[in-house]
Design a protein around this ligand. Structure first.
Ligand code: FES
Length: 84
């Protein structure tokens, strides 16, 4: 039987990129540091992230403020424009 009860507890959630454009938060961090990008709009213009489903946007905002580039727990969506 393949259900949630068979999932190993060693599996952890790893959120490290905009999956729509396959750009990692670490790559965005380097770009932000190099180019002085301080908001999501600048990264959206550079990479196209946060303009499709928008699920990465709260992580990008968090990354810009905290320098965290890998997340292990979900953040609530922050962009009602994506209808989430
Ligand atoms: S995950 Fe970034 S736009 Fe979909």
């Amino acid at each position: 039987m393949n259900d949630c009860s068979t999932v190993s507890p060693s599996h952890t959630l790893r959120i490290d990129r905009c999956v729509c454009v396959q750009v990692t938060f670490a790559q965005m961090r380097v770009f932000a540091d190099t180019h002085g990008a301080a908001d999501v709009a600048q990264l959206r213009n550079a990479f196209g992230c946060a303009e499709r489903c928008g699920l990465c946007e709260p992580y990008i905002q968090q990354m810009l403020g905290s320098r965290t580039v890998v997340f292990t727990s979900p953040l609530p969506p922050c962009s009602p424009q994506h209808g989430l």
